[in-house]
Design a protein around this ligand. Structure first.
Ligand code: SF4
Length: 342
């Protein structure tokens, strides 16, 4: 019998699904409650379901679609990377990051990524596949079941989320709806490298999200050398489209900027980034590169990082620095993918 994934079953068909599988009408409701409210994904721990029906469920239904799940805690305790195995030896990664008073999950939307940003390890391996909606939602469900208290989710793991809206949008419904995991909409951020067709689709369908835009460089020529997406998605047009999007929804926009030594780290680059941030009324999040032998760039010094930040602040740009946590497990969001590179 083909297994069906729990997250694929529409809520309004729970009763009929149970009837067609000769289970009590409320069985799926009970499973739903365990998964979304009690962080439990093993049928044998769902104690209000009879042992007989637990066994039956495990024959026809799956919650965790992954073949294996490996966890790699950082030695400083600040992050845990999870490596999930899909069919055909395809791997994806998610990272639970401990912040002050809350915990963020950096989640993947694709296995690998076709966008090929030159500063990103995920891009090195290319695209393996788009994740299905259950494969996205289950990253959260599995990690919650391991005892994490996730309050924030960022789509900054492997993949360009706007290239997989077919799965990302229903996954967001599960994450933020009161019938799902009920995370605050304000605590969920979707990061894009500036895929115009995806932003336009959000506009067309009036979908309000907190977006983060990975800039690379605000200078089109420099950007083209480190983000090939610039060729068909020019930053000027991306900025105009993002401005239109932000005007519609009054959602906060973040500009993510990965600093690369001698590439995008000078004060002229800071001025260009400040101009973009002012135009988009966005805040800036600076990230120093997490170096890796397969990435042809180096991080900047602390002094350069401080000077770049100050240059933005001098232009009244709200600026934060995201320090890569758990360096020893390569846990930097947007730079995942080691497990896909053999
Ligand atoms: S930074 Fe994001 S969009 Fe660019 S290659 Fe990496 S995962 Fe893909």
């Amino acid at each position: 019998m083909t297994m069906i994934n729990f997250f694929d079953i529409p809520l309004d068909t729970y009763k009929s699904w149970c009837a067609s599988h000769k289970l009590p009408a409320f069985t799926l409701r009970q499973v739903h409650e365990w998964v979304t409210k009690k962080n439990t994904i093993s049928f044998d721990k769902m104690t209000n379901i009879s042992v007989k029906n637990q066994a039956k469920l495990s024959e026809i239904l799956t919650i965790n679609p992954f073949k294996t799940c490996q966890s790699l805690p950082a030695s400083d305790g600040s992050a845990t990377k999870y490596i999930f195995e899909l069919a055909n030896h395809v791997f994806i990664e998610a990272v639970a990051i401990q912040e002050k008073g809350y915990e963020t999950l950096c989640i993947s939307s694709q296995a690998g990524c076709p966008v090929d940003c030159k500063f990103c390890l995920t891009g090195v391996g290319g695209l393996k596949k788009n994740l299905s909606m259950p494969e996205i939602v289950a990253q959260l469900a599995v990690i919650l079941s391991k005892g994490h208290s996730i309050t924030h989710v960022v789509f900054m793991g492997m993949g360009e989320p706007l290239l997989n809206l077919k799965s990302v949008l229903p996954a967001l419904d599960w994450l933020q709806s009161d019938w799902g995991f009920n995370l605050s909409k304000r605590h969920i951020t979707v990061s894009t490298s500036g895929y115009l067709a995806g932003i336009k689709e959000l506009i067309k369908n009036n979908i309000a999200l907190n977006l983060a835009f990975s800039v690379g460089s605000a200078n089109p020529k420099t950007r083209a050398t480190i983000m090939p997406i610039e060729e068909r998605n020019p930053i000027v047009e991306v900025a105009q489209t993002l401005a239109q999007y932000c005007n519609m929804h009054n959602r906060k926009l973040t500009l993510e900027y990965t600093l690369l030594k001698h590439v995008n780290d000078d004060l002229e680059s800071a001025q260009q980034l400040a101009n973009l941030a002012q135009y988009l009324k966005a805040k800036v999040n600076l990230i120093n590169l997490n170096p890796h032998p397969k990435i042809p760039f180096q991080p900047v010094s602390n002094a350069t990082l401080a000077a770049f930040k100050q240059a933005l602040i001098n232009q009244n740009i709200r600026t934060t620095v995201r320090y890569s946590k758990g360096q020893d497990v390569i846990a930097a969001c947007g730079q995942l993918g080691e497990s896909n590179l053999s």
